[in-house]
Write a protein of this length. Structure first.
Length: 202
């Protein structure tokens, strides 16, 4: 005789390990250039979007003398140069393999101020006199272009490119220098700042 028995199915728990398929670093600025002392944010976008991946990202730079980065992705430039920033997900989430991506950051040091240097008094018999522009800080990385102008050319003229003043008559003249400090970012665009200074000549 065959007995009837009731069989029940049992659920067997299974676990699956999800590995990182791709990691990329996206910066908060489209032009990956940062000024000394200024911060930018580096953000790692991880695919697939698993919370554990986001919480286990390590940020690093290859030269901390040029820039530093914290574990929130905040990078601060320290001196002019180029640095590689890397975002890495813990290898345990990628079957023991390193999942990372890197971006190059250019750190620049902008000109902050400009002062005209040259004599404050010129005699008409002294002939031409040269004026110059002193830029601070001295170790800036900007390209500097200066346009000179005499605001009273009846008293003295100035070469707009060279800054050479030619006295003509007795009187007072105001010499103006328009300084353009520029750099070209990796996007190919020029970023300009204007510095205007004036100096009296008697």
């Amino acid at each position: 005789m065959i007995e009837d028995k009731e069989y029940t199915s049992a659920s067997i728990p299974k676990s699956a390990t999800v590995y990182v398929s791709k990691i990329s670093v996206t910066l908060s600025t489209s032009n990956i250039v940062v000024n000394v002392g200024s911060p930018i944010m580096c953000t790692a976008q991880v695919t697939p979007q698993v919370p554990a991946f986001k919480d286990n990202i390590t940020y690093s730079v290859n030269d901390e003398s040029i820039a530093t980065i914290d574990q929130n992705g905040k990078l601060i430039g320290k001196k002019a140069g180029k640095v590689i920033v890397t975002a890495t997900v813990d290898p345990k989430y990628n079957n023991g393999k390193v999942a990372s991506d890197s971006k190059e950051i250019t750190v620049v040091k902008h000109a902050q101020s400009a002062e005209i240097s040259g004599p404050s008094t010129i005699n008409t018999g002294d002939g031409d006199q040269k004026y110059d522009i002193n830029i601070t800080p001295l170790d800036h990385t900007d390209e500097i272009n200066v346009a000179w102008e005499s605001l009273n050319p009846n008293v003295a003229t100035i070469n707009p490119q060279t800054g050479v003043v030619t006295p003509i008559a007795q009187g007072k003249v105001l010499i103006k220098a328009t300084v353009i400090a520029s750099y070209t970012g990796k996007d190919g665009k020029e970023h300009l700042s204007l510095i205007n200074k004036k100096n009296d000549e008697n």
